[in-house]
Structure formats: structure tokens, C-alpha cells
Design a protein around this ligand. Structure first.
Ligand SMILES: Cc1cc2nc3c(=O)[nH]c(=O)nc-3n(C[C@H](O)[C@H](O)[C@H](O)COP(=O)(O)OP(=O)(O)OC[C@H]3O[C@@H](n4cnc5c(N)ncnc54)[C@H](O)[C@@H]3O)c2cc1C
Ligand SMILES: NC(=O)c1ccc[n+]([C@@H]2O[C@H](COP(=O)([O-])OP(=O)(O)OC[C@H]3O[C@@H](n4cnc5c(N)ncnc54)[C@H](O)[C@@H]3O)[C@@H](O)[C@H]2O)c1
Length: 526
């Protein structure tokens, strides 16, 4: 694999830099140094800039292409917009199973791409230079390069900074396969320029991008083949999740070659490509390469500034997101952390706060959620179920064919797998099914707060200050209040010196507490 440093600017460029109020002056307000120089205006750069400016720091953000970065122009926004159209087509085709017959489903690819572009241009003003300026950030169009421990050069001009944040993101990795470059392969940067649906699409890589875009194009009408070099799709996920996704893909006609590798590619005279594998060939109209990403850290002058990278080129950061140069911080895809827009945002805000205010906030990497927005969705965080046993943890499986909501929706292909520690606390989860991402959010919250998932009969102690019982039962009638001496509680009963106990057959503590509105609260039990 080699780096792709392609700058994805294209026809979607909203002319961000031609605004009459565009800045060219890079002189800091105090005439000496910027409090924070930010290189890169994607999710990480935008969040860091607004955070630091909000603290009153002087902030200069330098972006060489378009503010908004991958998420807005080539990543989350266009891919989710495309998936919305693709899933709508598939839902319409499948509606007959619920008794709703939609006789003909026609996909107009040009209109679908128009929807994708509209989503981008609707969101763009939030990320535009004008929005940054309104937040007090100086933003300039140019390519920045570090030139020393506290200096950078932007298109020939030298800038001095007190602190800097690197947020240059990542770019699609390209494959070194004989003939592939001549076949003009698509990447997640260039696929958004397509104006015709490719009749036959080969996707190299069955990770998040390969699965999401592979399913999207299949549902819009392409004949899709996904070749994944690992033994399963989504190899970072729980194998059970990968197997379920594989089955869903097979059912809708997506060919998946797990453990496959392309040997060579040749461009045919008609513009199509013949792809050779060890066991045969495939003729396709387009090839999408989605085999991971590489950090945009080349040509950033990192050595001059004393910023270390790892063997793959990612900037090495501490848990406070500081690099080996204490003045320089990094956040987002160019660090080795999970490459998600929410990670970029949270880490950028932490790094900017640490840099500008001198705080020592650290980032949590144990509970970062991830969601692949295929149908079914695949969502996970923390310890994976298939690693649980080795870590002395237990797994609790809930198959969705026993879940009423899934049965009602006729979408029972799915599973929720909870990884629990010895006290029953959630330390990881993997969910396959509709709205898996939304369901995961509750579990992440549970993990962050050390909550237990184990259902059991629980004796909940009531606060000492409650002296008179208002209700003998909890509101749902699911549990009964008793005094420790065996006397039952009933509305109006005086309570003894020891707190009464509530026996519940669920573990819903909040409901328990609400049931007990004291008539005469007192801080001391009598
Ligand atoms: C197809 C696809 C789908 C995705 N879907 C999701 C999703 O559903 N959910 C999710 O959480 N994440 C998703 N992601 C990942 C998400 O887009 C990235 O994690 C996120 O955009 C990273 O933000 P960043 O700020 O680190 O980098 P970027 O957004 O890449 O921003 C870096 C910026 O730095 C600029 N730059 C680079 N070098 C220089 C320089 N020398 N000088 C000045 N500027 C420079 C670049 O032009 C760019 O604008 C997806 C990614 C892709 C490709
Ligand atoms: N919903 C989301 O949050 C979302 C969606 C898309 C992308 N992303 C982010 O973007 C990143 C990049 O996505 P990606 O799919 O390019 O990377 P990925 O790392 O998720 O998947 C790349 C896949 O390509 C396979 N591969 C590598 N070399 C290959 C080869 N020669 N032939 C066939 N397969 C090969 C790998 O085994 C891997 O499964 C993701 O890791 C994720 O962080 C997130």
C-alpha cells in the first residue's frame, strides 16, 4: 500500500474562499504569536478552533482545501445520504412482506446524487469559514507546514505560535496491484463525482466503507462484488456480527469473496476492467478501493518540530493528546485513535482545552462507540464478545427473534451481545439489527457509569428520611414494600426505625425512588 495524498476538492466546492470577508492577514492580534495555530479544518480542526476561541484565545486555522473536511464532503454526510436513498429503495421493494405492495421501484441515480449534494450544501454553512470567523477564529486558505518547534510556514509566510494543533486527517490508502492505477479506481474521495450508476462494481475491502458503499450501490441497482482479504467482512467486529451481515448481503445478491486477493487488473478497450484472482477473472465497470486509510502527515514538517510518528506515520500522542513537542497537540484521524468524526470532535475539544487553558484532561478510549450503517446495522464498543472469555468476562446474548419489537417489524435478523464483568457491569457490547447504533448509546452510557445489566430480584434500600409510607406497592405493581420486621407497608403506615425494603422483580431503581414521596421528610429517623 502507498499513501494517497489526493486533495478531494471537486465540483462540490462551494466557493468558500471567494467570500468578500476572506482573511489573508496572518498577523496575530498581539503582534507576536498566535495562542493556537490549527492545521486542518475538518471535524477536529473546526471543533478545536471554536473551543479555543470560546476561551478567548487568538486562533488561526489554516485549511488547504475546504473547511468541513472528510466528514462533510466525502465521508459521513455523503455516505449516509446515499445510504438513506439505498435503504428507501430496499424497504420499498421489501414492503410486500408486510402486505404493502409497491409495484415498481425506480431509482434515478442522478436524483439520488442530487440528494447527496443537497445534504452537503445544507450542512456546509455550519462548517464554513464565515461560521468560524463569527466564532472569533481567523481562518485562511493555504497549506501549512511546521518549520520549527514554535513556527510554521503557510504559503511562504512564517507564523509563530504558543501552541499548535495538528488536525490534517487521513486519506484513502491505495493498493499496489499491477494494472490497478490504469483502471482509474474510485476511492471514497472520488466516488461522489459519479454521474452514472456503474452496472458492475467491484469493491476492494469489506470494512466500514466497503460494506456501507457496497450495500448502497447494490440497493441502487449495481451488481456488487466485495473482496475482503480477511476471513470475514468487518474483521474488527465480533465474528457473529460479521456472519449475520454476510448472510444479509448474500440474500440481497451481493457477492462476497472473503479471504480474496486481486492479482492484477487490466483495462479493456471498452473502458471496463478485467480483474484477475488466483481462481478466475471478473469483468467490472468500476472498482472502488476501500482498504483503510493513511494519515496525512507527510510534508507536515514534523521532524523539524520534533513531533514523533509511529511506524505507520500516525502522530504519537499522550492520553492528553500532546505530541512529543509539548507545544504541539493532535486530534482526529492523523492520530492512531479510532477514525470517527465523533472521536475527532471530542478529542479536539479536549486537546484545545488542554493547550489553551493548561488543563490535564485525558481521553477515554475504552468506550468509543462505532456503527456501520448497513442494514442490518452493526454497532459495538468496548470488549468484544469473542474476546470476553479470555478476559474472564461473560457474554449475555439476546437473539432478536425473541424480541417483540423485532417480530412486529419483521426484522428478527439480529443479536444483542452484552459483555459483563463479574459484578454484572457492562464493559462491552455488539449489536446487529435495526437502529443498533441508537441502542448502543444507552449501553455506552451504562458502561461509563458502571451500571449493571444483570436482571435479578433486587432489594432496594429506601432513604432514611422517608418516614411515612404513601404507597404499599410500586406504581406498576411489580414490587411490594415491606418493613424489616415483616410488617407490610400500606398507604399511611408509620415506618419503623429501620428503612423499609422494596422487593422488585425488575432492577429499575428510578421507578422505585419515585414511588416513595415522603409525607413528612425528616433528616433523622425516629
Ligand atoms: C466514506 C466515509 C464514511 C464515513 N462515515 C463515518 C460515519 O458514519 N461516522 C463517523 O463517525 N465517521 C465516519 N467517517 C470518518 C470521518 O469522516 C473521519 O473520522 C473524520 O472526518 C476525521 O476528521 P479529521 O478532522 O481528523 O480529518 P479531516 O476531516 O480529513 O480534515 C483534515 C483537513 O486537513 C486539511 N489539511 C491536510 N493537510 C493540510 C495542510 N498541510 N495544511 C492545511 N490543511 C491541511 C485537509 O484538507 C482536511 O480538510 C467516514 C469516513 C469516510 C471516508
Ligand atoms: N460508519 C462509520 O463510522 C464509518 C463508515 C465508513 C468509514 N469509517 C471510518 O473510515 C475508516 C476507513 O474505512 P475503510 O473501510 O477504508 O477501512 P477499514 O479498515 O474499516 O477496512 C478496510 C478493509 O480492507 C481490507 N483489506 C486490506 N487490504 C485488502 C486487499 N488488498 N484486498 C481486499 N481487502 C483488503 C481489510 O482487511 C479491512 O477489512 C474506518 O476505519 C472508519 O474509521 C467509519
Amino acid at each position: 500500500m502507498t499513501h494517497s495524498e489526493h486533495t478531494p476538492s471537486g465540483e462540490l466546492d462551494a466557493g468558500q474562499w471567494s467570500a468578500p470577508d476572506a482573511d489573508h492577514d496572518m498577523t496575530p492580534p498581539d503582534g507576536n504569536a498566535w495562542d493556537l495555530l490549527i492545521i486542518g479544518g475538518g471535524t477536529a480542526g473546526l471543533v478545536a478552533a471554536k473551543t479555543a476561541a470560546g476561551f478567548g484565545a487568538s486562533v488561526l486555522l489554516v485549511e488547504r482545501d475546504r473547511t468541513g473536511g472528510d466528514c462533510l464532503w466525502t465521508g459521513c454526510v455523503p455516505s449516509k445520504a446515499l445510504l438513506a436513498a439505498a435503504h428507501a429503495a430496499a424497504d420499498a421493494r421489501a414492503a410486500a412482506r408486510l402486505g404493502v405492495h409497491i409495484d415498481s421501484v425506480r431509482v434515478d441515480f442522478a436524483e439520488v446524487m442530487e440528494h447527496v449534494r443537497l445534504a452537503i450544501t445544507t450542512i456546509e454553512p455550519e462548517d464554513a469559514p464565515a461560521a468560524l470567523r463569527a466564532a472569533g477564529v481567523r481562518v485562511v486558505h493555504g497549506t501549512a507546514r511546521l518549520s520549527g518547534p514554535d513556527t510554521a510556514v503557510v504559503d511562504g509566510a512564517t507564523i509563530t505560535f504558543r501552541q499548535a494543533l495538528l488536525a490534517t486527517g487521513s486519506a484513502p490508502a491505495v493498493l499496489d496491484i499491477p494494472g490497478l492505477a490504469d483502471a482509474d479506481p474510485l476511492t471514497s474521495d472520488s466516488i461522489w463525482q459519479l454521474d452514472h450508476l456503474p452496472p458492475r462494481l467491484l469493491v476492494l475491502g469489506g470494512g466500514s466503507i466497503g460494506c456501507e458503499l457496497g450495500q448502497a450501490f447494490a440497493r441502487l441497482g449495481s451488481q456488487v462484488t466485495i473482496v475482503e482479504s480477511a476471513p470475514t467482512l468487518l474483521p474488527r467486529e465480533d465474528p457473529m456480527a460479521a456472519t449475520m451481515l454476510f448472510a444479509a448481503f448474500a440474500e440481497e445478491g451481493i457477492a462476497v469473496g472473503n479471504g480474496g486477493k486481486v492479482a492484477s487488473v487490466s483495462r479493456d478497450e471498452d473502458g471496463r476492467s478485467t480483474v484477475s484472482f488466483s481462481n478466475g477473472t471478473l469483468r467490472v465497470d468500476a472498482i472502488l478501493v476501500a482498504v483503510g486509510r493513511r494519515p496525512r502527515t507527510r510534508d507536515l514538517g514534523l521532524e523539524r518540530a520534533g513531533v514523533d510518528t509511529d511506524e505507520r506515520g500516525y502522530v504519537v500522542v499522550s492520553d492528553r493528546l500532546q505530541t512529543s513537542n509539548p507545544r504541539i497537540w493532535a486530534a482526529g484521524d492523523l492520530t492512531g485513535h479510532p477514525q470517527f468524526t465523533h472521536t475527532a470532535g471530542v478529542h479536539a475539544s479536549t486537546a484545545a482545552s488542554n493547550a489553551v487553558l493548561g488543563l490535564r484532561r485525558t481521553v477515554d478510549t475504552a468506550t468509543i462507540p462505532r456503527v456501520t450503517f448497513t442494514q442490518p446495522e452493526v454497532a459495538a464498543f468496548g470488549v468484544s464478545p469473542h474476546q470476553a472469555a479470555a478476559a474472564g468476562l461473560t457474554v449475555r446474548d439476546i437473539h432478536h427473534d425473541h424480541v417483540d419489537r423485532a417480530i412486529a417489524d419483521d426484522s428478527t435478523r439480529g443479536i444483542t451481545r452484552l459483555v459483563l464483568d463479574r459484578k454484572g457491569r457492562v464493559v462491552g457490547a455488539s449489536i446487529v439489527g435495526p437502529r443498533a447504533g441508537e441502542s448502543l448509546a444507552e449501553l455506552v452510557l451504562a458502561a461509563r457509569h458502571g451500571l449493571r445489566a444483570r436482571p435479578r430480584r433486587r432489594d432496594a434500600r429506601l432513604p432514611h428520611l422517608r418516614r411515612r409510607c404513601l404507597e404499599g406497592r410500586d406504581r406498576r405493581g411489580a414490587g411490594r414494600f415491606d418493613q424489616p420486621d415483616g410488617r407490610p407497608c400500606h398507604p399511611g403506615a408509620r415506618l419503623g426505625p429501620a428503612p423499609p425494603r422494596l422487593t422488585l422483580n425488575t432492577d429499575d431503581r428510578l421507578t422505585t425512588v419515585k414511588c416513595w414521596t415522603a409525607s413528612r421528610p425528616s433528616s433523622r429517623p425516629r
